[in-house]
Each structure stands twice: as C-alpha cells, then as structure tokens.
Design a protein around this ligand. Structure first.
Ligand SMILES: [Zn+2]
Length: 368
C-alpha cells in the first residue's frame, strides 16, 4: 500500500475523481497500453468512479493532441465500467473558422459525441494557449450555437478557462516550454477571459458549466461567490493548480465557510493522467482529500505547508462524490458502438501517430 494511504482513504462512499487525462495511449517505457491503465489508481485511492477529460486539440507538444484522444477515452469507457468520459472538440486547422470546419461544425461534433455516449463535454478553449490558436472569443458567434444547444440539453461542460495570473507575469522555463507564458502581448489578458465567461453565462444562465481549477479565483473568491449565487447550475472543481491551495491557506476560516456553504457546487478532481507513473496521482488525491477532511498540517505544493480545514463529512460526501454523480446522471452512459465506429471512420485521417491509427482499427475490430 502507498505510504500516503496509511489511513482509510477517502472516507466517502462512491468517491469520484472527475478530472483525469489520458495523455498517451501507450507508456513507451513499460509498454503498458491505456486499456485499463487507470484502474490501479482508482482502486488504490478507494474511488468508485473516474471521469476522463480528453484533450484532442492544442499544441502537439509534448504529446500529439488530436481526435485519437476522444477515441481512446471512448474505448476506455467501454472497457472499464466505472468510467465516465467527456468528449472534446477538434479543429482541423487553426485559426478555426466556420469555413474550414464545414461538415464538422462544433454543433455537429457535439451531436456526434453525445451519440457515442460521452457523458459531457470537456473544453480547453478558454486556456490562453488554445484560445490563441482557435482565435475565437468564447462569447463570439463561433461558439454561440453549441452553447445554446448545451444549455438546452443541460449537458455538463468541464471547462478550463483562464490560468494563474502569474502566467501573464513571469514563469519558469518548464512552463515556458509548455507554452504557458502569456505575457508577450499576443494572448488575451485574464481579465478579458473572465469577462467573456461572464458574457457566456449572462447569455446562457442555465449552462451546466463546471469551471476547472476553481476558476483560478482562490485570491478573489468573492467574485466566484457572486457567480455561484447568480448562476445556479454553475460549479467549480478543486483540481490543483498548487497556487490555488496556497490561496486557500491565506484565508483558512473564510474558505472553511465557503466550502461548507457551496458544498453542492464544488467537485473533486486531480488532473492525474495515464501513464500513471509513481505515486503522483495518489499524492494529489491525498492532498485534496486531506486538506478538506482533516486538520493536519500537510506538505503541499511548492514546498508550502497547508493546514487542513476539516469540513463536515456530509460536505465531503457531496464534494467527493454526489455532486458529480448528480450532474452526470448517476451512472456512465453506455457507448453506442455504431456511432463510435462512424466517428472513427470520419476522423481517423486526422490521427498523427499512425501506429495508433492501426491500433484503433484493431480495437474496433475486436470490440465494436
Ligand atoms: Zn486538466
């Protein structure tokens, strides 16, 4: 058993990590394929459910980001019964225009993803680097039809919008390599993205939107509190960003009250991914859980010590399980094999790694 798990963990029923990625289809070091690659993590952390958030668009560094990410998440969901998955939009070229997306408009893709049986939609389009590539404001006409439809359908959307403010000011070399420095004048400011999300919610007030990473507002929770009071379907997740927890720790009592008051609007997630190397995912799960569930002093992000706030078990149960289960309909939707086959045929020419194209064709023959 992991050294992080000396205590029974987590102390909730039907624990649910709602924000996990599958960056690769194969662990090149061990040869392990993705097929059941997160089950070890799920079981070790005593979680009943996980939800995958595909990243099928954006820079192809350090991994290829293309349609294959939706497809392998669909196969994972098919082969692992306690797995939910969101689907993500793809862009054949950047910047995205209605002309170059003929035959695969966002609305069309949305219908295809829903038909396959994805449980919701993941959007990374509000992260400044993908935002810059897609080059359409979130509150523009480009996104309007699909937001309108998703509001009507009550579809759960896990959206990454903005980033830590520091990314516009100065970041270390590792962040720069990932394309996470936005201070050179070619990216939208964080204020612009916040304003666009405000506009989207004003226009679609019932949108079933979850803003990932606490919407990067741990230094300005009053803004988030106003939004949660105004938009009753809005939620946030607790996926680190370590800076977020450092922000929480500056106002311990405030956040203890906040987490209890909004315990039906906050969802747990870790951002862990496949291949799961070492114990980093378990550590993330443990930190988030222990911060909320205990009053221990914890080593945490960036060598910062974090003081647990110990909220009641009833609040933990909602945050670590019930909220997401309610949002996603209680159990994973079944995969419609015919729809997945059609999707693969339509889009497989966009897969960059031809070994993976071949593997997906084989998996289709075997399982679809
Ligand atoms: Zn993520």
């Amino acid at each position: 058993m992991s050294k992080y798990l000396e205590k029974q963990f987590p102390l909730v029923e039907n624990g649910f990590d709602g924000h996990i990625h599958m960056h690769r289809w194969i662990d090149e070091e061990t040869g392990e394929e993705f097929l059941h690659g997160l089950e070890g993590y799920r079981k070790e952390c005593n979680l009943k459910y996980i939800a995958l958030a595909p990243l099928p668009s954006g820079r192809h560094v350090p991994v290829f980001r293309d349609v294959s990410n939706n497809i392998i998440c669909a196969f994972y969901k098919l082969l692992n019964e306690n797995t939910f998955s969101y689907g993500g939009f793809i862009y054949p070229t950047y910047p995205a225009t209605n002309e170059n997306m003929a035959g695969m408009s966002l609305l069309e893709q949305y219908k295809e993803l829903k038909e396959i049986g994805f449980d919701g939609i993941k959007m990374l389009e509000g992260k400044p680097n993908l935002y810059k590539m897609v080059n359409n404001p979130l509150d523009s006409e480009f996104f309007a039809p699909v937001f309108e439809k998703m509001e009507k359908d009550k579809t759960y959307i896990l959206m990454h919008a903005c980033d830590p403010h520091q990314f516009w000011v100065d970041v270390d070399e590792e962040c720069k390599q990932k394309g996470w420095f936005y201070g050179d004048g070619t990216y939208p400011s964080d204020d612009e993205i916040y304003a666009q999300i405000d506009n989207v919610l004003r226009k679609y007030p019932k949108l079933n939107l979850c803003l990932a990473h606490f919407f990067f507002l741990s230094e300005n929770p009053e803004k988030l509190s106003n939004m949660l009071d105004t938009y009753k379907n809005l939620t946030v997740d607790l996926t680190p960003g370590g800076e977020m927890y450092i922000g929480f720790d500056k106002r311990k009592d405030y956040f203890k009250d906040f987490f209890v008051k909004y315990d039906d609007r906050i969802c747990f997630g870790t951002d862990m991914d496949f291949p799961a190397r070492g114990e980093s995912g378990i550590w993330l799960c443990d930190r988030v859980y222990r911060y909320l569930a205990t009053n221990e002093t914890l080593s945490s992000f960036d060598d910062h010590m974090l003081q647990g706030i110990q909220i009641p078990t009833s609040s933990l149960q909602k945050i670590f399980s019930q909220n997401l289960l309610n949002k996603l309909g209680g159990s994973p939707k079944p995969i419609n094999k015919e729809a997945l086959k059609r999707y693969i045929e339509k889009y497989k020419h966009l897969i960059i790694d031809k070994r993976l194209t071949k593997r997906i064709e084989d998996l289709s023959k075997e399982y679809l």
